[in-house]
Design a protein around this ligand. Structure first.
Ligand SMILES: NC(=O)c1ccc[n+]([C@@H]2O[C@H](COP(=O)([O-])OP(=O)(O)OC[C@H]3O[C@@H](n4cnc5c(N)ncnc54)[C@H](OP(=O)(O)O)[C@@H]3O)[C@@H](O)[C@H]2O)c1
Length: 335
C-alpha cells in the first residue's frame, strides 16, 4: 500500500523559515467516503505568499494552524472518486496542500485539460501566477502603446508574464532581476527592452538611465527600495499595480514603507493593491488569451521543477534567495 507523505507546519518562523519549522510525516492513504475524491498529486506550487500564511497574523486567509498540512496549490490526477462531478482519470487543480495524495470534497477544485500544455503550467503561466500577471497588468496597469513599464521580480513567475503582456500591448518594458543570467533571459528570450541587475548595479542610476522620461507603469512584486525609486520617477497619470512585496516578507523589524509616496499626488498617479482571486469570474477569459499567446509564441514561460517532497524546506527558500528561474514547482509524484 502506498503511503502519503505530507509536509506540516511545526512552528511559526521568525525571519526566514528553517528546517525546524516543518515536519515531514508519512501516513496510510485515507479512505474515500461518500461525496469525496482522492487526488494523486504531481506538482505542488511554491509561492511567496506561503510565507505570510505561516505567520500568526491573519492576512486575506487565516494562518495555517500549527500541525496542519502546509497550504499550497497543486495539480494531480483523480485516482478514486465517490463524487458525482469527478471521475477517476480527471486532472484537477486545487489548494490541496504540500502532500502526495489529497482527499477532497470537490470544494474549490478546477478540472484542467491535459495534452494542451504541460501539467505544471497550470501552476504557472496557465494558472494562478499567469492570471495574476494578466489581471494586474491589464486591469490595474492599463497599458497603452508607448508606455514605459518597469517590472520588479521580472524573471519570476508573475513578473516574466506581466512584462511580456506589456510588450504585447506595445510598451517599452524594463525588468529588474537578480544576476546576469536572469537579465539575459529577460532581454534575449522574453524580448524585454532592457534589464537591470539590482544585485550588481546602482538601482537608482540604472532606472534613470533606462527610463529617462519616467515611468508610466511600475508593476511591483518586491516593495522596499525599488518601490521608493520607482515613485521618484513617475510620469503624470502613472499606475502602480501593487502585486507583492517579497523584499519585506521575512522582515523581523518594521516593514520598509515608501517614503516617496507624495509623488502620487504631484503625478496624479494611482497605486492599487489587488489579489488575483478578485478576478475569479474572469479566469476562463484569461486562460483563453494566455493560451493563445503561448501557442503563438508571443509569451514564453520557464519553470524550475525540483523533484522530491522531502526537499520542500530547502526548495521553499529558493523563492527568497532567487536560486531559480520563472515559476518554482515541486514535483511530488508521477503525472
Ligand atoms: N496579488 C496577488 O494576487 C499575487 C499573486 C501571486 C503572487 N503575488 C506576489 O507577486 C510577487 C512575485 O511572485 P512570484 O510567484 O512571481 O514569485 P517569483 O518572482 O517567481 O519568486 C520570487 C523572486 O523574488 C525575487 N526576490 C526575492 N527576494 C527579493 C528581494 N529582497 N529583493 C528583490 N527581489 C527579491 C527573487 O528573484 P531575484 O533573483 O530577481 O531576486 C525570487 O526569484 C510576490 O511578491 C508574490 O507575493 C501576488
Amino acid at each position: 500500500m502506498p503511503e502519503n507523505i505530507q509536509v506540516k507546519l511545526a512552528s511559526r518562523p521568525v525571519g526566514l523559515p528553517t528546517a525546524e519549522n516543518w515536519t515531514i510525516e508519512s501516513s496510510p492513504l485515507p479512505e474515500v467516503g461518500d461525496g469525496q475524491l482522492l487526488i494523486q498529486q504531481a506538482y505542488v506550487s511554491l509561492d511567496p505568499a506561503m510565507r505570510s500564511w505561516i505567520s500568526a497574523a491573519r492576512t486575506y486567509l487565516p494562518p495555517v494552524p500549527i500541525g496542519a498540512v502546509m497550504r499550497a496549490g497543486a495539480v494531480g490526477k483523480v485516482i478514486a472518486s465517490q463524487h458525482a462531478d469527478y471521475a477517476v482519470g480527471d486532472y484537477v487543480y486545487g489548494s490541496t496542500g504540500v502532500q502526495q495524495y489529497a482527499l477532497s470534497d470537490g470544494e474549490g477544485l478546477f478540472k484542467v485539460q491535459t495534452g494542451m500544455v504541460p501539467l505544471s503550467n497550470y501552476l504557472g503561466v496557465m494558472g494562478m501566477t499567469g492570471f495574476t500577471a494578466y489581471f494586474g497588468m491589464l486591469h490595474i496597469g492599463e497599458p497603452k502603446e508607448g508606455d514605459v513599464v518597469l517590472v520588479s521580480g521580472a524573471a519570476g513567475a508573475v513578473g516574466s508574464i506581466a512584462g511580456q503582456i506589456a510588450k504585447i500591448k506595445g510598451c517599452h518594458v524594463v525588468g529588474v532581476a537578480g544576476g546576469p543570467e536572469k537579465c539575459r533571459y529577460l532581454t534575449e528570450e522574453l524580448g524585454f527592452d532592457a534589464a537591470i541587475d539590482y544585485k550588481s548595479e546602482n538601482l537608482r542610476a540604472a532606472v534613470k538611465r533606462h527610463c529617462p522620461k519616467g515611468i508610466d507603469i511600475y508593476f511591483d512584486n518586491v516593495g522596499g527600495e525599488i518601490l521608493d525609486i520607482a515613485l521618484s520617477r513617475l510620469r503624470i497619470g502613472a499606475r502602480i499595480p501593487l502585486c507583492g512585496g517579497i523584499s519585506q516578507y521575512n522582515a523581523t523589524e518594521a516593514i520598509q514603507g515608501p517614503s516617496n509616496y507624495l509623488a502620487l499626488i504631484s503625478c496624479r498617479a494611482k497605486m492599487q493593491g489587488f489579489l488575483v482571486f478578485d478576478f475569479a469570474k474572469d479566469y476562463a477569459k484569461a486562460a483563453l488569451e494566455l493560451g493563445m499567446w503561448l501557442a503563438q509564441g508571443q509569451i514564453k514561460s520557464r519553470e524550475t521543477i525540483v523533484e522530491g517532497i522531502e526537499t520542500f524546506p530547502d526548495t521553499f527558500l529558493r523563492l527568497f534567495n532567487g536560486d531559480k528561474l520563472g515559476k518554482l514547482v515541486l514535483k511530488v509524484g508521477a503525472e
